[in-house]
Design a protein around this ligand. Structure first.
Ligand SMILES: [Ca+2]
Ligand SMILES: [Ca+2]
Ligand SMILES: [Ca+2]
Length: 279
């Protein structure tokens, strides 16, 4: 069979099999906002929005977000791409950097739910993360504003209203791999905007947003433990070729078997070589 025929099969089979191998997309398990206050009185655990940057007052805002990777990604796989996509829904600021850092302390999401545009936050409720608390009002961050790895896992420029992504190649890959393997506690990421000047705030939508398309999504691309058994059902057969071709036709990171940065016929040949060899 010629490559273009295989590709045509993949294009038609792709939708049906795209969830079965190599790629998963998951919603956030919890998210929240740290509102800069000396007493840790504000949070927005159940709110529709979260915030980064600095308001006009000026007070800083930082967003926390976590995903239950272990329940969504098969154990033993090699993660080769991690992409966080969030919808930015309100700002008065121009383009600003929003960095993403691995959080190093457990934090909570309580029942606080701010009114209106949510920029002012709401009274913190039990278990809510605040500027000073990991969980209101019992546990505290070591550093006000959250405990996190000072080295960013990724950075993105955020401008006007729309969808923004972090990834797929970055420190987010080792973060997610360690969370999957259980070698590092999964406390998610903190998003930090431009805190060097005033009026840089950006509002993003949370997992509680009423519009499902605007909720945060984490896409994870991975290589199965045995490449030949692409759909991971324990058998090596034509279903695996079709499953791989689905990712190949979509140019997924998961199909970039030589990790060259692009998906081409070399990757397909590598897959077929694995496939003819079996597991
Ligand atoms: Ca939330
Ligand atoms: Ca299989
Ligand atoms: Ca490649």
């Amino acid at each position: 069979m010629r490559l273009n025929q295989l590709s045509a099969i993949a294009a038609t089979a792709g939708l049906a099999i795209s969830a079965s191998a190599g790629v998963v997309r998951i919603g956030a398990s919890h998210d929240n906002t740290l509102y800069e206050t000396s007493d840790g009185s504000l949070s927005n655990g159940a709110g529709q929005h979260c915030f980064v940057g600095v308001t006009g007052q000026p007070k800083a805002r930082r967003a926390l977000i976590a995903f239950d990777i272990q329940s969504a990604v098969p154990p033993g796989v090699q993660i080769v791409g991690v992409t966080l996509t969030m919808h930015m829904s309100k700002t008065v600021a121009g383009p600003t950097e929003v960095t993403l850092h691995r959080v190093t302390n457990h934090w909570g999401e309580g029942a606080s739910d701010a009114d209106d545009a949510e920029g002012s936050g709401a009274p913190a409720q039990p278990n809510d993360a605040t500027w000073i608390h990991t969980e209101h009002d019992t546990y505290y961050w070591n550093q006000r504003g959250g405990d996190f790895d000072p080295t960013p896992s990724n950075v993105s420029i955020v401008d006007g209203v729309g969808d923004y992504s972090w990834g797929p190649w970055s420190g987010m890959i080792p973060d997610a791999q360690a969370w999957l393997d259980g070698t590092s506690a999964n406390n998610g990421w903190i998003l930090i905007g431009d805190e060097s000047i005033d009026s840089t705030a950006k509002r993003f939508d949370t997992r509680e947003n009423p519009e499902p398309a605007n909720r945060p999504v984490l896409r994870i691309d991975y290589f199965p433990p045995c490449i030949a058994d692409w759909d991971m059902d324990g058998l090596v057969n034509t279903r695996d070729v079709l499953a791989y071709l689905g990712e190949w036709a979509a140019a997924s990171n998961s199909a970039d078997l030589d990790q060259s940065g692009n998906v081409n016929t070399y990757d397909l040949l590598i897959f077929l070589n694995y496939w003819t060899s079996g597991c």
